[in-house]
Ligand binder design. Structure first.
Ligand code: B1M
Length: 210
């Protein structure tokens, strides 16, 4: 039964049907479905198809935005269930999408998962310049800086931020992620780690602060 609703939720994201996406998410939650399963089997499955259609020029920016809106509305219903930890005892993570880049769906999921794992998260949003990252690391006494980039044209900016952190001798650990990022890229720019997805980001964060 939930398999059919997962598909309906994925379809709602693909079609950009915000009302339907919210309704399916609420129904699944009411049935006691694990919110992580709703995210993985419904919302992310739908967004994966949107990505493929966008890549293949079958849909364009306006349709992707409508899908993103449906995705985000559902995610906001899931958020209280995904981020139910209030311990915040793991330290502070400053996170943001780098300068020139406005993609934030993946970054928001990573932020949410980190919160649910006991980190305090300061989310600087999108299009974040190096100076803003540096100020937040200092002011919030961050133990980890997380940077997200979805464009091949913006991923290079991560190095500029890491170089600045090193120049200022800040002791924060840096983790990077996003569709075009890889382990070797992370090594190349001097990041402390790369995470493929939100669960990996949590594992990595726990590991590097030990
Ligand atoms: Co954009 N876009 N987009 N887009 N968009 C991509 C990234 C693209 C691959 C699509 C394509 O052509 N196939 C392509 C980039 C190509 C490239 O660089 N080589 C692209 C392009 C070209 C563009 C524009 C330039 C299009 C244009 O205007 N002509 C433009 C750029 C705007 C800008 O940023 N300056 C643009 C705009 C947009 C929208 C605004 C329409 C919308 C964004 C809405 C929003 O985010 N609020 C959008 C979307 C939605 C996408 C796709 C379709 C989906 C991205 C997404 O949300 N995925 C994307 C195609 C794709 O990625 N397949 C695409 C779902 C999300 C859960 O996954 O973000 O990968 P993801 O996050 C994952 C992991 O990567 C990881 O964990 C997350 C959860 O599992 N992760 C981290 C992410 N950040 C992490 C940080 C970490 C650790 C892990 O540590 C800190």
């Amino acid at each position: 039964m939930s398999g059919t609703i997962y598909q309906a939720l994925a379809d709602a994201v693909i079609e950009g049907n915000q009302g339907k996406a919210v309704e399916c998410t609420a129904d699944l939650l009411k049935d006691g479905t694990d919110p992580k399963m709703i995210l993985d089997n419904g919302l992310l499955k739908g967004m994966e198809v949107v990505g493929i259609k966008f890549r293949d020029n079958l849909i364009f920016v306006p349709q992707v935005l409508i899908s993103a809106r449906a995705f985000k509305s559902s995610l906001s219903i899931l958020e209280p269930f995904l981020s139910k930890s209030d311990t915040e005892g793991m330290g502070t993570v400053v996170i943001g999408t780098v300068k020139g880049d406005i993609h934030d769906i993946g970054k928001n999921i990573v932020a949410m998962m980190l919160k649910s794992s006991g980190f305090r998260v300061v989310d600087l949003g999108i299009d974040v310049k190096a100076e803003k990252f540096i100020d937040a690391i200092k002011n919030e006494k961050a133990v980890i800086l997380g940077m997200s980039a979805l464009l091949t044209t913006t991923m290079g900016y991560m190095k500029a931020v890491i170089d600045k952190i090193k120049n200022e001798n800040l002791s924060v650990k840096t983790i990077v992620g996003g569709a075009p990022i890889s382990n070797s890229f992370a090594e190349q720019i001097g990041a402390d780690g790369y995470a493929k997805n939100a669960s990996d980001a949590v594992e990595l964060s726990k590991r590097i602060i030990k």
